[in-house]
Design a protein around this ligand. Structure first.
Ligand code: CAA
Length: 285
């Protein structure tokens, strides 16, 4: 199960980051989006990150050009036909994901391994609807993908050991640190992180302290790189709420229930950095 060519489905925040690290590690990488507008936006995000890396002295101009050279974009599934590994990072919609796998399975080689970057859907449910449940798992990356070192490697009771080994080796080859986890809602990181973020919203809603002071307290008091509200704005309030809802649905524990303020901010379209406003404002930044 040697992985040489990688296909990435979706060129949003996560998909573009995954495609970037994959291409930077020397893999021929093909990223697929539904239309040219989304594709160009995603590829533009990659170029911008690499240019900033060059400006900061973190990436050489040669490495940037090699990464871009290893990367190609397409709006067709056919472009992914020779991929050994397919990483799906499209919207968190079960039906949409299943339709995508069905379309791809008609085209790709039999040996190709499929992984989903989902942070909330059940990997077993996704795997069971494909014709390759033994070559299907989860690879959960973290935002911002080029900077975050961790990848959760998720296996189901159907995943073949050889497939787990191949994707684990691939995560190391792209410079990430893998951890192994069984398919279970929210895996390791979100299982522990999400209740903490929800609690932060609850204590703020309860009037304990200001946003800024809660963020400062958790940064300086615990040595976290960001306070909970800065992190919520980075992750996206809609994403955080969605993961919380799935966790609540699964475990029925009140600590996973999204707090009223979070719900209302999502309803109001205050989703964080991506909309220019969340707990903080980012207009003009
Ligand atoms: N190219 C290359 N390197 C770059 C770069 C670029 N364009 N931009 C920044 N860097 C480098 C910086 O030079 C710096 O390197 P050094 O450490 O060697 O100095 C490093 O990356 C960090 O960058 P910054 O100094 O600009 O920023 P920072 O120190 O504030 O760190 C951060 C940024 C990595 C995002 C950090 O704040 C952090 O770890 N935050 C927490 C993020 C987090 O928890 N993410 C997980 C979210 S949960 C999730 O994603 C799961 C889900 O399912 C919802």
């Amino acid at each position: 199960m040697e992985i040489k060519t990688v296909g990435v489905l979706g060129c949003g925040l996560m998909g573009s980051g995954i495609a970037q690290v994959c291409a930077a590690a020397g893999y021929k990488t093909i990223v697929r989006e539904v239309d040219e507008t989304f594709l160009n936006k995603g590829l533009g995000r990659i170029r911008k990150f690499l240019d900033e890396g060059v400006a900061k002295g973190k990436v050489t101009a040669d490495a940037r050009d090699t990464t871009i050279g290893n990367l190609s974009g397409s709006t067709t599934f056919d472009a992914l036909k020779d991929c050994d590994l397919i990483i799906e990072a499209i919207i968190e919609d079960l039906e949409e994901k299943q339709q995508t796998y069905t379309a791809l399975e008609k085209i790709v080689n039999d040996h190709a391994i499929f992984v989903s970057n989902t942070s909330s859907l059940c990997i077993t449910e996704l795997a069971a609807t494909t014709m390759r449940p033994d070559r299907f798992g989860g690879l959960h990356f973290f935002n911002p993908v080029p900077l975050m070192k961790l990848v959760e490697v998720v296996r189901t009771i159907l995943t073949d050991e050889a497939a787990v080994k191949a994707v684990t080796e691939w995560t190391r080859a792209v410079g990430k640190t893998p951890v192994q986890v069984k398919d279970s809602t929210a895996f390791i990181v979100n299982r522990l992180l999400v209740p903490y973020l929800l609690d932060a919203v609850r204590v703020y809603e309860g009037g304990l302290a200001t946003l800024e002071d809660i963020d400062t307290a958790m940064k300086l008091g615990c040595g976290y790189p960001m306070g909970p509200f800065t992190l919520l704005d980075l992750v996206g309030l809609d994403t955080a709420m969605y993961v919380a809802e799935v966790m609540f649905e699964e475990f029925r524990e009140p600590r996973y229930a999204p707090p009223p303020l979070l719900k209302r901010m999502v309803m109001a379209g205050q989703l964080g950095r991506k909309t220019g406003r969340g707990f903080y404002t980012y207009e003009g930044k």
